[in-house]
Design a protein around this ligand. Structure first.
Ligand code: GLC
Ligand code: CA
Length: 573
């Protein structure tokens, strides 16, 4: 029963990292019954959809994004009956379930790949197999066909002696890419989406879906080979493949979002303009790469707020112009915690005064934008980075690969640890912090990965329904989007906050004579915002929501003084 007529602009999505949300059988891993047991919590927060990360059978080389059976539940997480119960219980509460479709690659353990390895012609054609460069015959690998590097480090090609060929894997070596040019592959994937749609899910998130159409010609990229992502992203048939998948699986108009690696505005407009019949929204990552030194994730730098503001402005106004829709987010299971990233390690680490302010500013900044806000589990309570002290506390394949690379480049173990502590995806994968009890109430057993040691203060129990907490602020923002057309449907325009506010993101929204001016300071010091560029007149407006008890607005000079990490939205009716 797809919900075709629903207006997504009032919706808020909550992402559950299944493995780390709630464990009901004490094995240290979250499970489907655990999610069902927390539906009332989610309903109370006010969210409309739950995106669940993959819970399909998988060897877990990449935490479930290496799928070995698309249409089943891994027993670790429960049964198909548990899933059906979750869908039914969610629906009762008006919550739709969105599933993660990892259709760019399978696991090497998937039956298709196993049969390809046995030499079955049909399944060999499901994958991307090539001869080695300079190879003299099937027994001679030669060199990998191109210099492409996979996302997690190392060559994107793996040699299969048995077939005398290399296969392409843009991600881990255990994740061979599917050949979407093959119509049989596309048929199979349509069936996967239909299967879940028929189970009553309300939407889908498509994993790295702009990498499904590979370039016509495979050639080297300049430099180290990591630039291959921009070569492979938004490939020649990507829109055609997406349209076909959406149409044939019957999901046009449902709640859908695509994860887009190294993409651009022009393509994202096409992916999401309803006239194209592709997807509902897109995730892009440009605004999060502002703390990558020279574009390198594994080199640290303070976030460049001016750059981030420019990116937001380009994407907000550009998507609006093209009739597309952004997914609005800071955190997911691949990102370190934004509150640590943007709030400064020490201040947030100590949970000093600015921790809660930073969390609220992050929330306000994206929740009042145009698009669909996504909350990642734990974000609503201000979960910080993990703060691990030894490499063996990590679990992620990408972290280990890059830790090794950092050491081989001459970094000391301490230096390498500092970097992975900031950048590891495991920061986003620690267990949900429910209470101050042992393991934060996530499990009665031993959690599969450790928790930040501040969970005794940062947990749901400590914040839920209490005035002034970050949790209550999230609840308020979710409710405001449903109440105010200016937030859900308004136009957006970025505002020049003036030279005295270099770290302020400022924008306005407007609908039918109603205007909103949003000011978010990412500055640890006070600053002075000029509101001259805005249509909002401070003298005629009132505060809709903010993270300090009062505001320091001066209508005479048309300025607002923002204190450290202050954010505020003025409404003029
Ligand atoms: C996406 C997922 C990530 C995964 C990768 C490969 O980026 O979010 O967790 O490792 O795709 O499937
Ligand atoms: Ca469990």
């Amino acid at each position: 029963m797809p919900e075709l007529e629903r207006d997504f602009r009032k919706a808020v999505v909550y992402q559950v990292y299944v493995k780390s949300f709630c464990d009901t059988n004490g094995d240290g891993l979250g499970d489907l019954p655990g999610i069902t047991s927390k539906l009332d919590y989610l309903k109370h927060l006010g969210i409309d959809y739950l995106w669940l990360t993959p819970f399909y059978p998988s060897p877990q080389r990449d935490n479930g994004y290496d799928v070995s059976d698309y249409c089943a539940v891994d027993p670790t997480y429960g049964t198909m009956a548990d899933f059906e119960e979750l869908v039914a219980q969610a629906r009762k509460r008006g919550i739709g379930i969105m599933l993660d479709m990892v259709l760019c690659h399978t696991s090497v353990k998937h039956e298709w790949f196993r049969r390809a390895l046995m030499g079955e012609e049909r399944y060999r054609n499901y994958y991307i197999l090539r001869d080695g460069r300079g190879s003299t015959g099937p027994d001679d690998p030669g060199e990998p066909p191109t210099n492409w590097q996979c996302v997690f480090g190392g060559s994107a090609w793996e040699w299969v002696p048995r077939l005398g060929k290399w296969y392409l894997h843009l991600h881990d070596r255990s994740q061979p890419d599917l050949d979407w040019r093959n119509p049989e592959v596309r048929d199979e994937l349509v069936n996967v989406v239909r299967f879940w749609r028929e189970k009553g899910v309300s939407g889908f998130r498509f994993d790295v879906v702009n990498l499904i159409s590979k370039p016509e010609v495979f050639e080297d990229v300049p430099g180290s080979g990591s630039a291959c992502r921009s070569l492979v992203a938004d490939g020649p048939h990507v829109h055609e493949f997406l349209k076909e998948l959406v149409e044939r699986s019957g999901i046009d108009g449902m709640m859908t979002v695509g994860e887009m690696a190294s993409t651009n505005l022009k393509n994202c407009v096409r992916y999401t303009n309803p006239a194209e019949h592709e997807l509902g929204q897109v995730f892009n990552f440009h605004h999060l790469k502002v703390d990558y030194k020279d574009g390198n994730k594994w080199a640290l730098q303070e976030p460049d707020i001016a750059k981030m503001r420019a990116i937001f402005s380009t994407w907000q106004e550009g998507m609006q112009m093209g009739g597309g829709t952004n997914a609005l987010f800071w955190c997911n299971h691949d990102q370190p915690r934004a509150i640590t990233r943007f709030g400064g390690r020490e201040r947030v680490g100590e949970l000093g005064g600015s921790w809660e302010k930073v969390g609220k500013t992050l929330a306000l900044c994206t929740h009042l934008m145009q698009g669909v806000p996504y909350i990642f589990q734990g974000e609503e309570i201000g979960t910080t980075n993990a703060g691990f002290t030894a490499i063996d506390q990590f679990r992620d394949v990408e972290t280990f690969n890059n830790y090794r690379t950092l050491l081989s480049e001459g970094k000391t173990e301490a230096e390498a640890l500092t970097i992975v502590n900031e950048r590891s995806r495991d920061n986003g994968r620690t267990p949900m912090q429910w209470t101050a009890e042992k393991n934060a109430g996530f499990t009665t057993g031993k959690p599969w990965i450790g928790l930040p040691d501040n969970y005794d203060r940062v947990n749901v129990e400590a914040e839920i329904d209490k005035p002034g907490t970050l949790w209550s602020f999230y609840r308020e923002l979710i409710a405001l989007r449903k109440e105010h057309e200016v937030i859900s449907h308004g136009t957006v325009r970025f505002v020049d906050a003036g030279p005295a506010a270099p770290k302020v993101v400022a924008y306005e929204r407007g609908v039918a004579g109603e205007h909103l001016l949003v000011l978010c300071s990412f500055d640890g010091a006070p600053c002075r915002v000029s509101c001259e560029d805005s249509v909002v007149d401070l003298a005629r407006s009132e505060v809709l929501v903010g993270n300090y008890d009062d505001v320091q607005a001066d209508a005479a000079s048309d300025t607002v003084t923002l204190r450290p990490y202050e954010s505020v939205a003025f409404i003029q009716r």
